[in-house]
Design a protein around this ligand. Sequence first.
Ligand SMILES: C[S@@+](CC[C@H](N)C(=O)[O-])C[C@H]1O[C@@H](n2cnc3c(N)ncnc32)[C@H](O)[C@@H]1O
Length: 228
Amino acid sequence: MLPFDARAHFGRKKGHGTRAGQVERLNRLLPAYAIDLTAPPPDPLTALFRDSVEAVRLEIGFGSGEHLLHQARANPHIGFIGCEAFEGGVAKLLGGAEPDRPGNLRLHFGDALDVLDWLPAGGLSRIDLFYPDPWPKRRHWKRRFVNTDRTERMAALLKPGGEFRFASDISSNITWTLMQVGHCAAFRWTAQRAGDWQEPWADWHRTRYEAKAVREGRRPAYLAFERV
Ligand SMILES: C[S@@+](CC[C@H](N)C(=O)[O-])C[C@H]1O[C@@H](n2cnc3c(N)ncnc32)[C@H](O)[C@@H]1O
């Protein structure tokens, strides 16, 4: 049994390919990483990880997990929580993590909002949201992950000085996010010059989704907001 039926929540999230293989991989590998949201979060939150870590980051909708795995390997002193509702993406990440099974990585296969509800206030040093589903049609904009309520919730989860990072290739979604986050007094957009949103962060790891966007001629923007 899978812990979560993504179809019920997100429409077609099964992707293509060998479903049986994905299910087998999830059942076999996910339990070592899955977070039990029915129990309260450990205090301190850093105790969630097998390895000893100093801070905790969250990546929402990690897709196939390229960025998340890269970050976990590059930062062994930081704990990473990844959330993804797409079965095929979680299966890919689990496969990618097999060689070294990072002890600073935990996952939630399902709705990231449940993790936002579970996490303690001030528990995170960074939240990453990259290429969220764009919902380009105007009448669907309300379905976008970022809205004023979620912005407030994310701000509450970050420590002062923490960071919310957002990337997208859809200009209406970029403007939308700037406006939604702009309503939140707890966040400050850190950009000083155009390059700050036109160029990726120094520790950025390109995802398959971004590579496709760039191939198709779309230009990404990288927004960073400081939790004041
Ligand atoms: C366009 S993809 C981008 C994936 C990845 N961030 C990247 O840059 O390659 C958006 C992802 O967010 C996931 N997603 C959307 N809403 C979600 C939610 N509420 N909780 C968890 N994952 C979500 C989708 O399943 C999808 O894999």
